[in-house]
Design a protein around this ligand. Structure first.
Ligand SMILES: *[C@@H]1O[C@H](CO)[C@@H](O)[C@H](O)[C@H]1NC(C)=O
Ligand SMILES: *[C@@H]1O[C@H](CO)[C@@H](O)[C@H](O)[C@H]1NC(C)=O
Ligand SMILES: *[C@@H]1O[C@H](CO)[C@@H](O)[C@H](O)[C@H]1NC(C)=O
Ligand SMILES: *[C@@H]1O[C@H](CO)[C@@H](O)[C@H](O)[C@H]1NC(C)=O
Ligand SMILES: *[C@@H]1O[C@H](CO)[C@@H](O)[C@H](O)[C@H]1NC(C)=O
Length: 324
């Protein structure tokens, strides 16, 4: 059962490790930093020095980690429950959220709701930076409370900018993502890797890809700039990572905290001649970034065992977290 190995074992290792650590230091804390639509196969991680420094060097990279549904909500619910979409009943993208729809995918007008407070919008402020400030605030509160905690830090980067459609339909419009002002000129000249599956001369596969025309230079140029903008939005995620680790150190919490870095689904841009998007059963969409660092997790290791996130031990992790 290759497919189920990795998350199962990783989580069992965490639970066992956490039992060891628990005796010495109290129950461990968990932080999940989860991006939105981040690819593994288009090399976005190469543009994130903070991921390299804090996760690749200090934790384990599970390079054969797969999502069971390459679609935001079902994948997020699977990660938190350890159940597949057909068991959670979340099989589509109409969720409850902390960032509120239809404003979730706006880089400069986030709308958030905390507990029962009325929703609050932040026009003109950068979405990823707001998420960072909230996360750092929660970490201060958690440190002061001196109790084990679980924090999900889930920025929208590098998802598209998607205002609610002007026609009022459920399906929003999609535009390239918007980096923070301080990052907007980063990575000039970065191009989508021209891999074997990229805009191939001879198409293959099901009719929905086989019948697609080859992309012309205008489309390729648009997609390359779209790719650069995705990378630039991830620079603000690197700021989250750096500051979360600074905060953990400041509060002396680093030794007793597991930190996971992942995303909800991968992304394709021109592979198999597909326009930018996700939700297909191709490697680009389903094989995603996954790093874990924390007590007893090997450092600087790439683990090639195949796995996915729908494993019962993640339920036991959840139970453990909820019971702490
Ligand atoms: C890879 O991770 C799996 C799951 O945690 C573990 O069983 C296996 O021993 C690891 N492999 C190596 C080479 O460390
Ligand atoms: C999912 O829906 C089915 C059919 O309505 C229902 O029987 C089942 O209890 C639901 N499962 C969950 C986890 O809500
Ligand atoms: C920002 O979002 C709020 C909803 O929270 C909306 O009422 C407002 O019109 C939006 N402002 C801009 C500038 O888009
Ligand atoms: C390139 O392809 C796009 C999408 O198929 C099409 O709209 C556009 O007219 C084409 N441009 C040229 C210069 O052929
Ligand atoms: C995992 O695969 C990479 C190549 O992708 C290799 O460099 C590395 O040694 C492998 N790790 C293990 C533990 O086998």
């Amino acid at each position: 059962m290759m497919l189920s190995a990795i998350f199962l074992h990783a989580m069992m290792a965490l639970v066992v490790a956490s039992q060891d650590t628990a005796e010495k230091k109290g129950k461990p804390n968990f932080i999940i930093i989860m991006t939105d639509d981040q690819d593994l196969h288009l090399n976005s991680l190469d543009y994130q020095p903070a991921v390299q420094k804090h996760f690749a060097e200090q934790g384990t990279f599970y390079q054969k980690h797969f999502v069971t549904m390459a679609q935001c909500c079902p994948s997020r619910v699977s990660l938190l429950t350890g159940m597949a979409g057909h068991n959670t009943n979340v099989t589509d993208v109409f969720p409850p959220d902390v960032l509120l729809d239809p404003y979730t995918y706006l880089y400069y007008n986030a709308t958030l709701q905390r507990n029962q407070d009325p929703p609050r919008s932040f026009p003109g402020e950068y979405n990823t930076d707001i998420i960072k400030e909230k996360a750092l605030g929660f970490l201060d509160d958690a440190a002061a409370a001196d109790e084990p905690f679980f924090i999900g830090v889930m920025p929208i980067a590098p998802h598209t900018e998607s205002p609610a459609s002007s026609g009022g339909q459920a399906i929003p419009e999609f535009f390239p993502p918007i980096p923070a002002k301080r990052h907007e000129n980063l990575f000039q000249g970065a191009k989508i890797p021209r891999t074997y599956s990229f805009n191939p001369d001879r198409p293959s596969g099901g009719s929905y890809v086989k019948l697609k025309p080859k992309m012309n230079d205008t489309v390729l140029e648009y997609n390359d700039e779209f790719y650069r903008l995705r990378l630039a939005t991830l620079a603000a995620v690197d700021d989250i990572i750096n500051e979360v680790f600074e905060k953990l150190e400041e509060h002396n919490l680093l030794d007793n905290t597991y930190v996971i870095y992942t995303t909800d689904n991968g992304f394709h841009m021109g592979q198999h001649r597909l326009d930018p998007g996700k939700a297909c059963p191709y490697e680009e969409d389903v094989n995603v970034p996954m790093f874990i660092r924390g007590p007893n997790v090997p450092k600087g290791v790439t683990n090639n065992s195949t796995g996915n996130r729908c494993q019962s031990p993640s339920k036991s992790m959840r139970t453990r977290v909820l019971n702490t």
